[in-house]
Design a protein around this ligand. Structure first.
Ligand SMILES: Nc1ncnc2c1ncn2[C@@H]1O[C@H](COP(=O)(O)OP(=O)(O)O)[C@@H](O)[C@H]1O
Ligand SMILES: Cc1ncc(COP(=O)(O)O)c(C=O)c1O
Ligand SMILES: [Mg+2]
Length: 290
C-alpha cells in the first residue's frame, strides 16, 4: 500500500472563512495528505475585511512545537513544509530553522514557500519586515517558490514586461536555489483579457497555462493559499511538476466555479470537495520555447 505523505503547513488560520491554513488544510487532506497545521496567526477572519480580532503566534512557539513533534519521534516522517502568511519576520526565521531541522532527519523533505507579501490596494496587510525576510532569506532556502505577479516583481525589483520576461525573472529565482517556481497568477502588459494565466518554471522546462477568468463582485481571498497547498500535495502524492500544475489549476477552478455559483465571497471548499478530488475540467499547459 502506498504511504500517505505528511506535510507541516505553517501559515495563518482564520476562525471564519478561508485563508491560509483555513483555505489549504482541508483540500490537501481531501486529496490524501496528512497535514500538520501550525498556525502563525489566529484571526477572526482574513485581513481583506479591513478589520479583524486575534493574535500572532509568539515566534518561540514554532521551534517549541517542532521540538514537541521531534520528542515523540515523528519529525522524520515529515515529507514537506509549506509556509505562507507570516505574522512577523522572526516567525519566518523560526520556520527556516524548523526546515533545517526537518531536512537533517529527512533530507528528501521539500520546502514550499508561498511568499505572501500583501497587497495594500486589496487590503492584504503584511508587515514590511516580512517582505524583507522573504526576499533576503526564505527564497534561497525554498525548494519551491509560489509567488503571484506582485511578489515575483518584488523579488526582481522591477515590473515584468512580457511573458518571456516573467520566465526570465522566474529563472532568476531558480538561480537562488529553488527547483521550481510556480507563478500563481500572471499580470504582465499585453496579456489576454479573457484568461487567468499561470506559469511553472523548472530548471528543465517552462509551462504556461490559461484557465477561464471568472467574474466576481469581490475577488475571493485564499485562492493563492489553496493553489500552493494543492500543488505541493500533488507533488508529494507522486505527480510530476507538470501533472501537479495541471491538476492544481483544474481543482482551483472547480472551487471558484462553486464559489461563483453560490454568489459567495468566501471559497466554497466544503461544497466543492468532490470536485477538488476529481476535477471535471482539464487545462493543458503549453511548453514555452523560451
Ligand atoms: N479564474 C479566476 N477568475 C477570476 N479571478 C480569479 C480566478 N482565479 C483566481 N482569481 C482571483 O485572482 C486573484 C489572484 O490573486 P493574486 O494576488 O495573484 O494571488 P494570491 O491569491 O496569492 O493573492 C485573487 O483575487 C483571486 O480571487
Ligand atoms: C490572514 C490571511 N492569510 C492569508 C492571506 C492570503 O490569501 P491569498 O491566498 O489570497 O493570497 C490573507 C489575505 O488577505 C490573509 O488575510
Ligand atoms: Mg497570496
Amino acid at each position: 500500500m502506498k504511504r500517505t505523505p505528511h506535510l507541516l503547513a505553517i501559515q495563518s488560520h482564520v476562525v471564519f472563512g478561508h485563508a491560509g491554513n483555513s483555505a489549504a488544510v482541508f483540500p490537501m487532506q481531501r486529496i490524501g495528505v496528512n497535514v500538520w497545521p501550525l498556525n502563525t496567526v489566529q484571526f477572526s477572519n482574513h485581513t481583506q475585511y479591513g478589520q479583524w480580532a486575534g493574535e500572532v503566534l509568539a515566534p518561540e512557539q514554532i521551534p517549541a512545537l517542532v521540538e514537541g513533534i521531534s520528542n515523540i519521534g515523528e519529525l522524520g516522517h515529515c515529507d514537506a513544509v509549506l509556509s505562507g502568511y507570516l505574522g512577523s519576520a522572526e516567525q519566518g526565521r523560526a520556520i527556516l530553522a524548523g526546515v533545517e531541522r526537518i531536512k537533517a532527519v529527512n533530507p528528501r523533505a521539500l520546502y514550499l514557500c508561498d511568499p505572501v507579501m500583501g497587497h495594500a490596494e486589496k487590503g492584504c496587510i503584511v508587515p514590511q519586515e516580512v517582505s524583507d525576510f522573504l526576499l533576503e532569506q526564505a527564497a534561497s532556502v525554498a525548494d519551491i517558490l509560489c509567488p503571484n505577479q506582485l511578489e515575483l516583481d518584488s523579488f526582481c525589483g522591477r515590473h515584468a514586461q512580457s511573458l518571456e520576461d516573467c520566465v526570465a525573472m522566474a529563472r532568476g529565482l531558480l538561480a537562488r536555489g529553488p527547483q521550481a517556481v510556480l507563478v500563481k497568477h500572471l499580470a504582465y502588459p499585453g496579456r489576454g483579457e479573457d484568461a487567468f494565466e499561470m506559469l511553472l518554471v523548472t530548471r528543465e522546462q517552462s509551462w504556461h497555462l490559461r484557465r477561464p477568468l471568472l467574474a466576481f463582485p469581490r475577488q475571493p481571498v485564499g485562492v493563492g493559499d489553496l493553489t500552493s497547498g494543492l500543488f505541493l500535495a500533488r507533488v508529494l502524492l507522486g505527480d510530476s511538476w507538470l501533472q501537479a500544475f495541471e491538476f492544481t489549476a483544474a481543482a482551483v477552478h472547480e472551487v471558484l466555479l462553486e464559489t461563483q455559483a453560490c454568489a459567495s465571497y468566501e471559497l466554497q471548499l466544503v461544497r466543492a470537495q468532490d470536485r477538488i478530488a476529481h476535477p471535471r475540467v482539464r487545462f493543458e499547459a503549453q511548453v514555452l520555447a523560451f
